[in-house]
Design a protein around this ligand. Structure first.
Ligand SMILES: [Zn+2]
Length: 952
């Protein structure tokens, strides 16, 4: 079989050309567009020119990752001016390199240079005199990194030229520079994305050049080359550190603490060139000196552009509030410089003025910018080190901005999640402690903004005093709110109102504890007594082979993976859906139990349990008796629910958000490691959906009409669990007959019914009752009926008008408080108040048999309030108040609009169910709080919310 195939292929290759008609030669060639030479130095003949590694002339086209790697490896053998460090491997196995370039003497001395930079960075162990003598001995250190977005290609091509120029040049200007500088080049930060894009160039290239920026050659195709293998935007991962590319890169950058970090990108094809410094909002934790230096660098770079007649700009859309870009380095004292070159993939792009900007010129822009920035650093390195030293002193000073503030994460049994957070903090050199005694502090700020007097910090909390070397970064990622100037708020509001635009480029909330859904407080003092260094929680796997069952606690997120991995091995697994105590082990509701009696025919049951618990590093207990005292669950009763093995498909492709598809896919691979399929959604109506019992619809614009909708609805009714996110939830909720969850704007007609059910739900969660009043013999005429008690009930027209106005102000990534139904199976392992990252999501409304598992707004007690009060369609009962905003910008109008709406809904349809998330629960792989709700839906849904299929 193999031989026949090979023979056929050879035959085709051999005779192919003589049969095919020759293609017509083009009337013009793009190589003639730009006559300037990028590499204009005097070069050593012993170093191979970049074009030697390419099948085109350097700078004219996109070099593939393999070509760039091969040049780097060859040069490392040809020159003693560089050292190549492989700092990571991508998911697809491609190497990521940092190339250290300097004089041979410095290259031999890199370790001691690095040591001295680190000495200078901890002002607790160094005096001014020693610091100055260190600074005198230090070379400048520059970090130049490119093409983190794989389809923004010109940066990496410039880097290839820069490496060659620096290692091959005979000019004294260059050799002098190298004796005073260590230049680190990270030529391509996202090789998997670049490779995907380079491949699409091969696919869409014709014979003639193409100057149309709308053509597939320039745009690429879904899922595009911007992101990495799992469609993650690596330029939003510098703090969350979910991807191997970022983890390796950040570890190396943090070891080196460079003075500048250049991040070379591309932007819209019809734009020009943009560089730093940014405009407001600028994160208040950035050292003002860096802003001063940013202007200096921009000035020198601008001169180089002016000389050549190249247009450029600074500021405009470039703001600096969100700390999770490459600019996280600014919080550690490094100047971040952004390049944004207009994007074209090859040939060039025709502009409105009739000219063509060529790809080679784009490469040249990045190349000249790089050289300009290196020269500015060479001239100013000494003064920048002095400023850096000042900043480092301030970070640990008793009188500094960060001196009297401590962040505290309260104890949790969710060790998996806490350990994950700790590893991210440690990657940023944050010093972390645990209190060995209960501490009482005068006051503490809660995540909901409430200042509590005489707060008690339980023993074993995670303590981070802000006064330490990385103080600004700690504040940036742990303070509950990033300070925004009033003038910025005003400008944003005007932009919203004028044309619906925004001056905020990313989310306005990003603090780690809310992202992770962990309870925390900020204490306005420096805690330093009764602390020991933090150590991660070890797991304890206690296996008695004669036990009747083995269990893991629901509090730990990894319990879901434990269940999923066992089921994949066809082991029967149960959920205990109520808090239990068995053989003196306390197990919270949602804990996972494997019963010996359920698995009599499974060989190696104990070995499989042990192996899975060990892989997950999760604690496991053995239970000798299935008897729970009093009302506590017993193993034969209705609280031991049998799970169904999930068989999962993700709907995917062109109509879906690649980010949400990617993070859905990654979340299964990252947290669960179980089999699943991505389906091209265009075949949803032809595919045999019976193979799956769980289908995820990531956020998207997929067409939900006709036979596709029919197929999905039938599948749900027959027992399927359909889980949808954000825009897909919007499609389902706006679809007439696809379940009963509705969009807010379609409910004004019968808003009273929705409020009725909401109040019923609130009343059901009341924890007190007045016995005497309840059992009185006389008729009570003072009962409050909410719809009668409020004289501010709004008409349909008023509700519509309000909604139109309020929808102008929807947030673009802020934290709001989620109110969690503590009795629902979807909320296992989730506290009653959950921070939710919220943006312009569909506003979901439930009524009758549709369940709202999480609603927006934390209900708090306020005895001062005596009446029912209306917020649009809903009312808050007397004695209650509602907190919505937790962090970031949530306009009061938006808070009103989303208050009491559902974030997570669940509805039974036939034998199956529909679960809707208003948002994207796995956003950037970092919203761990909402991720848990999603894992519950994905793994437990088929067993707990749909009818079991019995195989006869
Ligand atoms: Zn970019």
């Amino acid at each position: 079989m193999k031989n026949i195939f090979t023979t056929a292929l050879l035959f085709l290759l051999f005779v192919g050309p003589s049969i095919a008609e020759p293609l017509m030669s083009p009337t013009s060639y793009s190589k003639d567009l730009y006559k300037e030479s990028i590499l204009d130095g005097n070069y050593l003949s012993t170093i191979e020119n970049p074009s030697k590694f390419l099948d085109f002339n350097y700078g004219e086209r996109v070099a593939s990752p393999a070509q760039i790697s091969s040049a780097i490896l060859s040069w490392s053998k040809q020159s003693n001016r560089l050292k190549v460090v492989e700092y990571a491997k991508s998911h697809e196995g491609r190497p990521l390199y940092a190339i250290f370039i300097s004089s041979p003497e410095n290259i031999a001395n890199l370790e001691s240079i690095k040591l001295n930079i680190n000495k200078l960075s901890d002002a607790r162990n160094l005096n001014d005199r020693d610091a100055k003598s260190l600074i005198n001995s230090l070379p400048a250190v520059a970090w130049m990194a490119y093409s983190i977005h794989g389809n923004e290609t010109s940066g990496a091509d410039a880097a290839l030229g820069i490496i060659y120029h620096l290692i091959a040049s005979k000019d004294p200007e260059v050799t002098n520079m190298l004796s005073n500088m260590v230049i680190v080049i990270d030529p391509m930060m996202n090789p998997d994305g670049r490779d995907r894009f380079a491949k699409s160039l091969e696919q869409f290239r014709g014979t003639s050049p193409n100057y149309d920026d709308q053509s597939l050659l320039h745009t690429g195709d879904w899922p595009y080359g911007r992101t990495n293998h799992y469609y993650f935007d690596l330029n939003r991962d510098w703090l969350y550190l979910t991807q191997p590319e970022t983890r390796g890169r950040v570890a190396l950058i943090n070891e080196w603490r460079p003075q500048i970090l250049v991040d070379g990108h591309e932007m819209g094809a019809q734009d020009t060139f943009m560089t730093g410094p940014p405009r407001e909002p600028i994160n208040k934790n950035i050292d003002k000196n860096l802003i001063k230096w940013g202007n200096k660098f921009a000035n020198d770079q601008a001169n180089e552009f002016d000389k050549r007649g190249w247009r450029f700009y600074t500021g405009e859309w470039h703001e600096d509030l969100y700390p999770g870009y490459s600019f996280y380095v600014q919080f550690r004292g490094t100047l971040g410089i952004l390049y944004e070159q207009s994007r074209m993939s090859e040939d060039g792009v025709r502009r409105p003025e009739g000219t063509i900007q060529s790809y080679k010129e784009a490469v040249h822009h990045q190349y000249i910018s790089t050289l300009a920035n290196l020269k500015t650093l060479q001239r100013n390195s000494y003064q920048m080190y002095l400023d850096y030293w000042d900043g480092r002193k301030l970070n640990v000073s008793k009188n500094g901005k960060y001196a009297n503030q401590t962040f505290v994460i309260l104890p949790t049994d969710n060790h998996g999640r806490l350990n994950a957070l700790v590893s991210k903090l440690e990657a940023q050199d944050v010093e972390i402690y645990r209190n060995t005694k209960v501490l009482t502090v005068q006051s503490a700020l809660k995540q909901t903004g409430e200042l509590v007097e005489d707060f008690i910090i339980p023993k074993g909390s995670l303590i981070i005093p802000n006064r330490q070397p990385e103080a600004p970064l700690i504040a940036a990622i742990l303070e509950f709110d990033a300070d925004i100037d009033e003038s910025v708020l005003l400008e944003e509001r005007q932009a919203n109102l004028r044309d619906g635009s925004s001056i905020m480029y990313d989310t306005t909330a990003f603090n780690f504890t809310m992202m992770f859904g962990l309870s925390a407080v900020t204490v306005p003092e420096n805690l330093s007594n009764n602390l020991e260094s933090w150590t991660p929680f070890p797991s304890s796997i206690e296996i008695n082979e004669d036990a009747v069952m083995w269990a893991v606690n629901a509090e730990d997120d990894r319990s879901v993976a434990f269940a999923a991995r066992l089921m994949e091995k066809n082991i029967n697994v149960r959920i205990i859906d109520k808090d239990a105590v068995l053989s003196s082990h306390a197990l919270s509701r949602g804990s996972v139990a494997v019963l010996a009696m359920d698995n009599l025919n499974h060989k190696d049951l104990i070995d499989d349990i042990r192996e899975i618990a060990t892989d997950l590093d999760i604690s496991l207990v053995s239970i000798e008796s299935g008897f729970g005292t009093k009302e506590l669950p017993d193993w034969g009763g209705r609280h031991f629910l049998l799970l169904q093995k999930p068989q999962i498909a993700i709907l995917s492709h062109a109509d879906f958000s690649s980010y949400d598809v990617g993070v859905t896919w990654w979340s299964i691979d990252q947290y669960l490691g179980i089999r699943h399929s991505q389906l091209n959604s265009s075949m949803a109506e032809y595919a045999d959906l019976r193979r799956y019992n769980t289908i995820v619809m990531p956020s998207g614009y997929a067409d939900l009409n006709g036979s596709k909708k029919e197929a999905l609805m039938t599948w749900v009714a027959q027992g399927g669990t359909l889980i949808a996110h954000n825009r897909s939830s919007r499609l389902i909720a706006s679809s007439k007959d696809f379940g009963n969850v509705k969009l807010l704007q379609n409910t004004f007609e019968n808003s009273l019914d929705y409020n009725f059910d909401l109040l019923k739900e609130m009343a059901a969660s009341e924890n007190t009752i007045n016995k005497a009043k309840t059992l009185a013999h006389g008729i009570n005429l003072d009962i409050n009926y909410p719809w009668e008690s409020s004289n501010t009930q709004m008409s349909e027209k008023e509700l519509q008008n309000r909604d139109k106005w309020q929808s102008i102000f929807m947030p673009s990534g802020s934290m709001v408080a989620g109110r969690v139904d503590q009795k629902h199976w979807l909320s296992f392992g989730t506290p009653s108040t959950l921070p939710i990252l919220y943006a312009n999501f569909p506003i979901l409304m439930t009524h009758d048999k549709t369940e709202a598992v999480v609603r927006i707004g934390e209900l708090i007690s306020n005895d001062g309030i005596k009446d029912f009060r209306m917020i649009n369609w809903s009312s808050i009962p007397p004695g209650k108040d509602l907190n919505v905003r937790m962090s970031g910008l949530v306009w009061p109008e938006a808070a009103q609009r989303i208050a009491n709406s559902a974030y997570l809904t669940r509805e039974r349809i036939g034998r199956g169910q529909i679960i809707l998330f208003a948002g994207e629960p796995n956003f950037r792989g970092s919203t761990r709080g909402t991720n848990r709700l999603w894992l519950n839906a994905l793994i437990y849904g088929a067993g707990l919310g749909a009818s079991a299929k019995i195989n006869l």
